[in-house]
Design a protein around this ligand. Structure first.
Ligand SMILES: *Cc1c(COP(=O)(O)O)cnc(C)c1O
Length: 357
């Protein structure tokens, strides 16, 4: 990983602290100023903010460096996902992992109903099924682990199968983060992020990114952002880059907390099943008492916050099937825990008291 050409390779935790900062010059600021401008004086590198802005460049350098590719930032994770989907020709076949993020699944279902795309869902834990589904496909959409079922795919295996069938491959890397896996290095063509989640980390910004491996794909993705108008604001880019500085620190604590809580939950009588493959800060639990017990748990915590989303410093929990459009594959009694950076014993005590109600 590089900062600029004359600095040595550094670890991810060093990189996120220093990436996307202004040049080091006497009197210069350590952080780039937020530039609230839609227009720039003509004949420079930037003319109109929908086409690009200095604020995008800094965040793109940081996210691109983490994923070892070329990043384009968007107004949300869905904005990023749609920039990839929008490139598909009419009637193209998209193969998508069962239990993918429901916003992406719903958007593809809309396009299918309108006769614009064909869509197949596949269980990516079965490589023979992936091979069969990818015949004639233009795009394979992967997410691993999936949200909220937390199923894990053999990314390299799936990517190889899709490429042999002539399909391009997207990996939504929101849950795993580039600290756990870097899909471009495993052969993926696009990495999609909801930067809203762990990367920015403070539940105060909506932002997305697409990361690609070469300049041709970058030009296509950038042109989609410009023409779809799905670029972020300079202020949101600033917040996301500021959040990213502590990514490694936050994610390590969140993972440590998640690992410990998953182990303790395994032994709790109110829990029928714990889904925790590691690799993330998410645990999904299935309540022995069904959907009602799951709702009661969500309403009874005092430290954990009953709210949707994930990846922030504060621990959140939610019964996912209460959300409109969540996949029927998700059990009614499943509660997704997004583990934050609080003290693990406080989080545990709060869960124990809430499960006892
Ligand atoms: C939240 C999320 C998205 C969508 O991102 P937004 O920023 O909410 O638009 C996509 N994929 C995954 C895995 C997510 O968790």
């Amino acid at each position: 990983m590089f900062l600029d050409d004359d600095l040595p390779e550094v670890s991810a935790q060093t990189f996120v602290v220093h990436a996307g900062r202004p040049a080091r010059e006497p009197g210069g600021p350590l952080n780039a100023p937020i530039v609230p401008a839609s227009s720039f004086h003509a004949e420079g590198a930037t003319e109109y903010a929908r086409m690009g802005s200095p604020a995008f460049d800094d965040l793109e350098a940081a996210i691109g460096g983490l994923e070892r590719g070329l990043a384009t930032v968007f107004s949300s994770g869905m904005g990023a996902a749609n920039a990839v989907i929008d490139q598909l020709p009419p009637y193209a076949l998209v193969v998508i992992v069962l239990g993918a993020y429901n916003g992406v699944t719903q958007r593809l279902a809309q396009l299918r109903e309108e006769g614009r795309l064909r869509v197949r869902e596949v269980d990516v834990t079965d490589l023979d099924a992936v091979r069969e589904a990818c015949t004639g496909a233009a795009l394979l959409w992967l997410e691993s682990p999936t949200n909220p079922l937390l199923e894990v795919a053999d990314l390299q295996g799936c990517i190889g199968i899709a490429h042999a069938a002539g399909a391009r491959v997207v990996v939504d890397n929101t849950i795993a983060t580039p600290l756990t896996q870097r899909p471009l290095e495993l052969g993926a063509d696009y990495v999609v992020h909801s930067v809203t989640k762990v990367l920015s980390g403070h539940s105060d910004v909506l932002l997305g990114a697409v990361v690609v491996g070469d300049d041709d794909d970058l030009a296509v993705v950038r042109a989609r952002r410009t023409l779809l108008g799905s670029n972020p604001s300079a202020f949101d880019c600033y917040l996301a880059l500021r959040g990213l500085r502590t990514l490694e620190l936050r994610f390590m604590r969140m993972q440590d907390n998640a690992r410990e809580l998953a182990a303790r939950l395994e032994g709790h009588g109110a829990i029928a099943r714990v889904r925790y493959p590691g690799m993330s800060s998410i645990i999904s639990i299935e309540l022995a008492g069904g959907a009602q017990a799951a709702d009661r748990l969500c309403r009874s915590t005092r430290i954990w916050t009953y709210a949707t989303s994930l990846g922030g410093v504060e621990s959140l929990l939610e019964r996912r099937r209460r959300a409109a459009g969540e996949s029927a594959a998700v059990p009614q009694e499943l509660v997704r825990l997004s583990v934050g950076i609080e003290g693990v014993d406080d989080l545990w005590a709060d869960l124990v008291q809430a499960l006892a109600t």
